[in-house]
Design a binder for this molecule. Sequence first.
Ligand code: NCD
Ligand code: ZN
Length: 351
Amino acid sequence: MVQSITIRRPDDMHLHLRDDAMLRTVLPFSARQFGRAIVMPNLKPPVTTVAAARAYRERILEALPAGSAFEPLMTCYLCDDTDPAEIRKGFEARVFTAVKLYPAGATTHSEYGVTGIDKVASVLDVMQELGMPLLIHGESTDPAIDVFDKETVFIERTLKPLLDRFPALRVVLEHITTEEAADLVDADTSGRLAATITPQHLLLNRNAMFTGGLRPHYYCLPVLKREQHRLALRRVATSGSPSFFLGTDSAPHERGAKEAACGCAGIFSAPTALEAYLTVFDEEHALDRFEAFASDNGRRFYGLPPNEGTVTLTRERNDAPRSVELGDGKSIETFMGGGELPWRLVDHSNA
Ligand code: NCD
Ligand code: ZN
């Protein structure tokens, strides 16, 4: 049995870092594992301008532990009234790496999101011309749709027409959760469509939210699905296809905001992310494909050079904490902390 694995330093292609005290608390967990991260713009207020993204990037860099070479890659939050000139300016100035599309009302802080693709067509035209990726939260916001069908309905009603209308637009379908999404991305031969997959959607099915009672710390969006979908995600993630890559969607919320009458969506996986993914590849007998998923497929899609340095993980009880302190008596529950995982990140060099 393999006891240790060393891979090129990976990237997290979907990460929520938040701001202020939360940022300072959660950032070191990502920075010790990943070389770069695609940073989500759903702050309050959202990151919608080049100036706001530059300022947020500065706050992230200031919050980094001394000596860390972690690089935050910034995204722009797409609104109905986003000016295409601002997108072009941000991309050309190397401030915006990508644009994030939240259907209005789909998830946490998505209230300023897009109400219809027609509204943003002129932005998408410019992005298509620039080769700038559009990152999509792929869920229907039609209140009549069953919560477990929101992704498949979005694919049929919105994503497929969008891909037809903008045939050269580069798209990442974020945090996919269904067999239908996995099949759609797998079937694409153009190389312009890709998907991120979270650790929780590879490790858990929707039963996890209801085991012995209501489990708010397993609630995220898109919500966990049935076993058939988890198996499909594991299949494509470990298949070696370059269209699927690591994006944790680590989304910290303070404990009280999750253990509430109307609890927030989001799972804080940053402290255990790499070990959680590795557990999946180990179980699937696909350790030889772990590096592609974690360190190569994503950065190739984004046209980024490989990271310097490596990370090493060994087969031993994971020592990540169950919960992380925020100060003022507040804390954040960690995904699969407290020894639940059989791999541990031991060494990281940044050559
Ligand atoms: C994210 C958050 O909390 O910002 N929540 C989540 O459940 N994934 C938003 C998102 O990515 O949908
Ligand atoms: Zn997210």
